[in-house]
Write a protein that binds this ligand. Structure first.
Ligand SMILES: Nc1ncnc2c1ncn2[C@@H]1O[C@H](COP(=O)(O)OP(=O)(O)OP(=O)(O)O)[C@@H](O)[C@H]1O
Ligand SMILES: [Mg+2]
Length: 359
């Protein structure tokens, strides 16, 4: 049976899904996904809600025999796919594919930090102490360490940062709990999986090298299926885009004025330029209109207001600030300005030269 037949009236799904009825659009999609997995290339599918797109890509993915990453829009959908849809299809097809679920680091309990927090004993509130005890009890029975499992500690609780790790505080290979580390185990399983379920945030974070975990396995992956792909541009923009806000410009202008008054009263030119920056920032904001407060750089780059706002930063403040720094006694504040400025300057240069959509 091919992918479409498996979704037909006599297929294995018909017997296992209650209320099953063959859906031609679903079958067509399954066929198209199968063909793309076979031949390579890019396929974009758009079909209405409830079409049954999940089965339409899961079946060909499992049949393909290739290593596939499936990325969903949210962690919630990731859980649903992994714990509900994937097992149904896997059982129906009787395919012994190795499947794994991988989330970002902050979704996994860190046993080392849990113990450290318990030993330190200084908690923000009584409620936190209760939550910590719940986490400890759950830690003894969880196999994944995925904090989505625990329902009686809210996702928003401030206890979580204390019992999960970040790239900065993770002890890595030095950790005494490395053997039991939930994150390390999840990553190990991800490396060995035929079908790996991740989410778009993790996908982008990893590509942007903000988080590692499956980057090393990407070369071995033959196909990536992005469910809810319409959410990807927004998430990708967050990770890969550069942005410049009016606030950054205003702060630079204000800081320049403060430092000029304190450090470089003999450089009134600096103040004049900072004022010019402030007013061009206001003009830029006005040019965006009152409803849409953000715009893609490529849409505004040609506008005079945008040019006006960027120019003072690039060419007017930096040289004068440097001049002021080099000309007087100890001018500490001014000395720091160019480097603070350069940070915005780099942002601006990136937007200006690269044409990257920025928000
Ligand atoms: N052929 C079918 N007959 C009956 N039910 C089906 C069939 N295929 C899928 N379903 C069920 O239909 C529901 C919707 O499927 P699914 O979540 O895959 O839709 P979708 O196309 O991804 O929609 P959305 O765009 O909202 O994500 C699920 O409960 C699924 O089990
Ligand atoms: Mg769907």
């Amino acid at each position: 049976m091919d992918a479409a037949e498996l979704l037909g009236p006599t297929g294995p799904l018909a017997r296992r899904v209650s209320g099953f009825a063959p859906r031609p659009p679903q079958q067509r999609m399954a066929q198209a996904v199968a063909a793309t997995l076979e031949e390579g290339g890019v396929l974009i599918v758009e079909a209405g809600t409830g079409t049954g797109k999940t089965f339409a890509y899961l079946i060909p993915a499992l049949l393909s025999g290739t290593r596939v990453i499936i990325s969903t829009g949210t962690r919630h959908l990731q859980d649903q796919l992994f714990h509900q849809d994937l097992p149904v299809v896997r059982r129906a097809l009787k395919i012994p594919a190795r499947v794994a679920l991988l989330k970002g680091r902050s979704n996994y309990l860190c046993l080392y930090r849990l113990q450290a927090t318990e030993q330190e004993g200084r908690l923000a509130s009584r409620a936190q102490a209760v939550e910590l005890r719940r986490i400890r009890r759950w830690a003894g029975r969880t196999r994944s360490g995925d904090i989505a499992e625990i329902t009686d500690v809210p996702e928003t609780s401030s206890i979580w940062p204390r019992v999960t790790s970040t790239v900065d505080n993770c002890l890595g290979q030095e950790c005494p709990r490395l053997e039991d580390c939930f994150l390390a185990r999840a990553r190990g399983a991800a490396l060995a999986a035929d079908v790996l379920v991740i989410n778009h945030h993790l996908f982008c974070a990893d590509l942007a090298l903000k988080e590692t975990g499956f980057a090393e396995l990407l070369p071995g992956v033959e196909a990536v299926i992005l469910d809810e792909a319409h959410q990807l541009p927004e998430i990708a923009t967050h990770f890969f885009g550069r942005s410049l806000s009016g606030r950054q410009l205003t702060e630079l202008a204000r800081d320049t004025m403060v430092e000029q008054a304190r450090d470089a009263a003999d450089f009134p030119e600096l103040r004049r330029r900072a004022e010019a920056l402030e007013s061009s920032e206001a003009a830029l904001r006005e040019s965006l209109g009152s409803a849409e407060r953000r715009a893609l750089w490529r849409e505004v780059a040609d506008q005079a207001a945008a040019r006006e706002a960027i120019e003072p930063v690039d060419r007017r403040i930096e040289p004068v600030a440097r001049g002021a720094e080099g000309s007087g006694p100890a001018r500490q504040g001014i000395g720091k300005l160019p480097s603070a400025h350069r940070r915005s300057g780099a942002t601006i240069a990136g937007i200006d030269g690269g044409g990257t959509p920025a928000r």
